[in-house]
Design a protein around this ligand. Structure first.
Ligand SMILES: CSC[C@H]1O[C@H](OP(=O)(O)O)[C@H](O)[C@@H]1O
Ligand SMILES: Nc1ncnc2[nH]cnc12
Length: 289
């Protein structure tokens, strides 16, 4: 199997990647409007498809991003693995702005965002114990290191709704919970990638120390300035990823996340929802026909 890497670019990374033979493809989703068109092309012969998470010109706040449509269109584009690039705040002294973190755990504090492709008439439960793909995360970390970035392998990401940054009391609480970094978009993105059987890695770029340090408080201007300085490094990391990927893609645990996950009896399933799931759950649904 060949690799096809889907890259979701966050704050400061909306201009996309340097892709050979780039083509913009408007992919439609039954889950609504994605953040924008998918741009597909090649890096070093490997196929990459890019989607700007907040839309061109950063028009969508974190809570208004249609995470389901974004994951669904990447799946329909034929993506095999998803790399999320995000600005993150640091909850730890040793994770300094300018560094990268390959996140491996999440605490989800978001509410009111559509967090599953499944629902009434088609109930499914996937495992989220290990929400990121260890293989993909290691490759992404290798690539970021080869681009010259300091990289922390592993870290717990606290996802908040925003759009405001946290209070000092919240920031202290997240540290006490074991959070290492904080952001507004990693969830439900990671959950949905798992439901769509897409291995997911989140490469976070530390832009600030949030507000837990005395006398310091993060502001958007600071985040954007650090992201601007680091955007080239993130793009270089994706070029590096094309170089470190093994020639052939072997199976990853997330590829079969839906095996045994459906609870609703075949005769009780909602036909309309089933039709919408042809992209994300097509592999399993076709087997059951
Ligand atoms: C402008 S700071 C807050 C904003 O930046 C991050 O976005 P993304 O994860 O898409 O890079 C953070 O999660 C917030 O949405
Ligand atoms: N401190 C912070 N809190 C939430 N999201 C962020 N994105 C970048 N820095 C952040």
């Amino acid at each position: 199997m060949t690799w096809h890497i889907g890259v979701i670019g966050g704050s400061g990374l909306h201009e996309g990647l340097a892709l050979d033979e780039a083509q913009s493809i408007p992919v439609r989703s039954p889950f609504g409007e994605p953040s924008g068109p998918v741009t597909t092309g090649l890096i070093g012969g490997v196929r990459f498809s890019f989607l700007a998470r907040h839309g061109a010109g950063h028009v969508l706040p974190p809570a208004a991003v249609n995470y389901r449509a974004n994951i669904d269109v990447l799946k329909r584009t034929g993506v095999t693995d998803v790399v999320a690039l995000s600005a993150i705040g640091s909850l730890r002294e040793d994770l300094a702005p300018g560094g990268f973190v390959a996140v491996d755990q999440f605490i989800d504090r978001t509410a009111g965002r559509a967090r599953s492709f499944f629902g009434e008439g088609m109930v499914a439960h996937v495992s989220l114990a290990d929400p990121t793909c260890a293989r993909l995360s290691a490759l992404v970390a290798d690539a970021a290191e080869s681009a010259g970035a300091p990289v922390r392998r592993g870290g717990c990401y606290v996802a908040i709704d925003g759009p405001q940054f946290s209070t000092r009391a919240e920031s202290a609480l997240y540290r006490a919970w074991g959070g290492d970094v904080i952001g507004m978009t990693g969830m439900p993105e990671a959950r949905l990638a798992r439901e769509a059987e897409l291995p997911y890695a989140l490469l976070g770029m530390v832009t600030d120390y949030d507000c837990w340090r005395e006398g310091e408080a993060v502001g958007a201007a600071e985040v954007f300035a650090v992201m601007k300085a680091n955007a080239a490094l993130a793009r270089e990391a994706m070029a590096g990823l094309a170089r470190v990927l093994p020639a052939q893609r072997t199976a990853a645990p997330a590829d079969t996340a839906l095996d045994g996950a459906f609870a609703t009896a075949p005769g009780q399933r909602d036909g309309r929802l089933l039709a919408m799931l042809d992209g994300v759950a097509g592999r399993v649904l076709r087997k059951q026909e």
